[in-house]
Design a protein around this ligand. Sequence first.
Ligand SMILES: [Zn+2]
Length: 247
Amino acid sequence: MKISILASALALLSTASLAATVGSDKDAVAHYALDQYQEAQIHTLANLVSFPTVNTQDLKAPDNPAFIGFKNYLKMKADQFGFDYQDFGYTVLIGMGEQSEKVTIVTHGDVQPADASKWTKSPFELDKTTEPGKLIARGSEDDKGAIATALYAMKAIKDKGVELDNRIELMVYLAEESDWGPIKEFMKTYNQPKYAVTIDASYPVVVAEKGWSLIAPTFSGANPSEGLYAFTLKAVPLSAKFPKMPA
Ligand SMILES: [Zn+2]
């Protein structure tokens, strides 16, 4: 992934700070995050990608040593930053704040398999030199970069004492690339957030949503002069609602 990872932090902070009390200076928090945590974030990313979190047929993620180590590392970071941590097997929640309503940041910690023979260095070692300006490893972009970004964005908000109207909860799912069964099961009992922000792969914030709708109206009337009519109907592509990825 590009070094522009901190640009993702900026985007995320802007989004997460929507929950903040009016008057807090989200730009100042974003600059603080950049100044304070860029190197630490890359270091954390290097640790996250060192766990080969590839799902296999014969070993479930919660029993797989790579995933167990990965989760232990996340718990260590949560403890270090003063966040709460909950492990539900396939899903981990790292939270900040006791507010009754929340904003959930959705990510995943599993990665696609990697054929080591096609990589200059190990796919599970963060390569900062082969292509200067890029951070290369399996999952550096999809989706461990997002996890590191979210952790430090939350930490920056906490450091600066931003008053939040909503709890922030970072969700890390462990079988996004292979099996959506466990997350569907988890969602049956998960206390749903006010908003969810999905940061996955190359785009800084892929979806910030309350929900989505497909509207298919039908109209009928007795005759042309008395029937209902639609006078304004607008639609825009979803991509038009989000800024372009910074270079
Ligand atoms: Zn992904």
